[in-house]
Design a protein around this ligand. Structure first.
Ligand SMILES: C[C@](O)(CO)[C@H](O)COP(=O)(O)OP(=O)(O)OC[C@H]1O[C@@H](n2ccc(N)nc2=O)[C@H](O)[C@@H]1O
Ligand SMILES: Nc1ncnc2c1ncn2[C@@H]1O[C@H](COP(=O)(O)OP(=O)(O)OP(=O)(O)O)[C@@H](O)[C@H]1O
Length: 288
């Protein structure tokens, strides 16, 4: 098996500019990768089939799997005769706002590019990824980036100030389409994306904390008060900044001091089953 790492992303900012005629929303968001990753194993098959192996009951093992779709797109576009077994070892919670499925698809694109000797650039892989979902292009590159368009136009940013990221996922799944659908464009309070970019460029942790913002947060918090409760707890335990990632329901806290991490983690474990304390990765070059 050839193994590829598929890290989760968080949104440090997520702004919506307007609704587009194609039904998607024009976004402006800053995403970065964290050290919580799925592992994708790839093995060639002589029978030409694409086969998904996963023991997670929430992960589909057929054409609905985004990794399957990634393999199918590459196979068809480049007329590859071989098939592939794709083993998905999940660590990223499913339907969490952490782009787990998108990252698996992106890792499959990168991995098969190597395994099948296709010689494609990351830009080419990202373009193919866009056909699968709005977050896949970012996941192809990893690192930290400003994403615009429907999320597929990627401008690389440097790694932000290093810190801990505490992730807490309540036991409910959220539909991204539902959350965008319930957003009231005229009531949006826009985050300061420019200030966040400056904070990242200067590795200024305090300014980064002061600049986080996600316009989907209000929507999800109103629909699921449990998420608002979790956010309040994380603030109470002393995280330096607290925000919901993507369309939720995962809430993340940025923490600079290592001594605080265990306290916040233990506090949250009291009423949330899925809590993770990980490092912000932020760099592009760590992906296989
Ligand atoms: C919430 C985020 O995860 C933030 O990174 C993304 O904006 C969503 O990315 P994703 O899950 O890859 O989304 P997609 O699979 O492309 O779209 C799912 C659904 O979300 C809505 N959607 C998504 C992206 C976007 N810019 N505008 C939208 O309105 C659409 O209803 C779409 O049918
Ligand atoms: N490889 C995969 N891993 C997890 N879920 C997948 C995968 N492929 C398809 N899915 C489907 O996609 C749905 C959303 O899962 P995913 O974990 O990607 O959501 P997410 O983290 O909210 O994504 P995003 O942040 O991009 O909106 C799941 O309910 C599942 O049915």
């Amino acid at each position: 098996m050839y193994y590829v790492k598929a890290p989760a992303k968080i949104n440090l900012t997520l702004d919506v500019l307007h609704k587009r005629p194609d039904g998607y929303h024009e976004v402006e968001m800053i995403m970065t990768t964290v050290d919580l990753a799925d592992r994708i194993g790839l093995e060639n098959r002589e029978d030409g089939k694409i086969h998904i192996l996963s023991v997670d009951r929430f992960v589909p093992n057929d054409y609905r799997n985004l990794a399957y779709q990634a393999a199918k797109l590459l196979k068809e576009k480049y007329r590859v005769k071989l098939g592939v077994t794709i083993k998905i070892e999940k660590s990223i919670p499913v339907a969490a706002g952490l782009a787990g499925g998108s990252s698996d698809a992106a890792a499959t694109l990168r991995g098969l590019n190597t395994l099948w000797g296709l010689g494609l650039s990351l830009d080419e892989l990202a373009q193919i990824g866009t056909k699968i979902g709005s977050d896949v292009a970012f996941c192809v590159y990893g690192g930290t980036a400003l994403a615009t368009g429907r999320g597929e136009r990627i401008q690389e940013l440097p790694a932000p100030a290093n810190c801990w990221v505490i992730l807490a996922k309540p036991t409910l799944g959220v539909s991204t389409a539902d959350i965008y659908g319930n957003l009231k464009i005229d009531q949006i309070v826009h985050p300061n994306t420019k200030q966040m970019i400056e904070a990242i460029e200067h590795k200024n942790f305090d300014q980064m904390c002061a600049s986080v913002g996600n316009v989907l947060e209000d929507v999800t918090l109103k629909l699921y008060p449990e998420v608002a409760g979790l956010k309040g707890q994380m603030q109470k335990f002393g995280a330096d900044a607290v925000l919901m990632s993507g369309s939720g329901p995962t809430v993340f806290g940025l923490v600079q001091q290592e001594t605080k991490v265990q306290r916040i983690y233990n506090g949250l474990r009291g009423f949330c089953d899925e809590v993770y304390a990980v490092r912000l990765m932020g760099e592009r070059d760590t992906l296989a």
